[in-house]
Design a protein. Structure first.
Length: 252
């Protein structure tokens, strides 16, 4: 029986500002990409998210990003590799402390937003992120787009590279994500998304924005927690996969 992981970005509320419904998402996903305070999240939000993840039996991963609260981590920062590595290591340490207090620990790393997209191709920043994870010292798997330079560097450093797909994002025929600057970047129809993810899990292909069927090897599927209708989308994807005979479990 095939299996696949479902992950979602969580812990992204901040003070009086609420982002997503993490408790509801936890009913569908197997892995939680928990914000570490640099793009979103504050200590109390992160701590509660970790407690909720543990209660739901969901694996905790570190959702590290550029130091960009105002831009939600979606802006590239031209920082030095040393500064970036220090920032990533700082975030890992902070989340690990809160995860341990909740009775768990970090099991993988998934970069966020601009950092995620940058280290697909940016040699220096990709190496900085991998160096920071290595310095953390627990051989954490790294979750990124297939073909990312950072995944190649992770494997070279002895870390497990894990490729993921995005349930609620459109893909170009080249297998990259359609830019969020485009009107059709995000998918909203649960039936379309579910059918595409069943195809991914059972056949290793997805349908691109122009209708092209493209190969896609992925061990994990991301459903964004901040997308409109995310809770219903995650539930539909999970149910569809299970009905197709696919087991949902964390890769980590």
């Amino acid at each position: 029986m095939p299996y696949i992981d479902l992950n979602s970005d969580v812990g992204e509320s901040f003070g009086n500002w609420n982002m997503g419904d993490d408790a509801a998402i936890f009913r569908s996903v197997s892995s939680a990409n928990v914000a570490c305070g640099f793009h979103a999240g504050d200590p109390s939000v992160i701590a509660q998210t970790c407690r909720d993840a543990v209660a739901a039996g969901v694996t905790i991963g570190a959702h590290v990003g550029y130091r960009d609260l105002a831009g939600f981590g979606r802006r590239f920062l031209d920082c030095s590799p040393t500064e970036l590595a220090d920032d990533v290591l700082y975030q890992l340490g902070a989340l690990e402390a809160l995860a341990r207090a909740a009775g768990s620990s970090i099991k993988y790393v998934k970069p966020h937003g601009a950092l995620y997209n940058t280290i697909v191709h940016h040699e220096a920043h990709a190496q900085a992120v991998i160096d920071a994870i290595g310095a953390f010292g627990t051989d954490l798997p790294v979750l990124l787009l297939p073909g990312s330079i950072a995944l190649t560097k992770a494997e070279a450093a002895g870390l497990r590279p894990v490729a993921e797909a995005f349930a609620d994002r459109n893909y170009t025929p080249e297998g990259t994500l359609v830019s969020r600057r485009e009107a059709n970047a995000v998918l909203h129809d649960p039936a379309t998304v579910t059918a595409n993810m069943i195809r991914l899990a059972t056949e290793g292909t997805i349908v691109a924005v122009d209708g092209t069927v493209i190969p896609m090897n992925a061990e994990s599927i991301c459903v964004h927690g901040d997308t409109a209708g995310a809770v219903a989308m995650a539930a539909a994807v999970r149910a569809g996969l299970q009905n197709a005979g696919v087991t949902i479990k964390s890769f980590a």
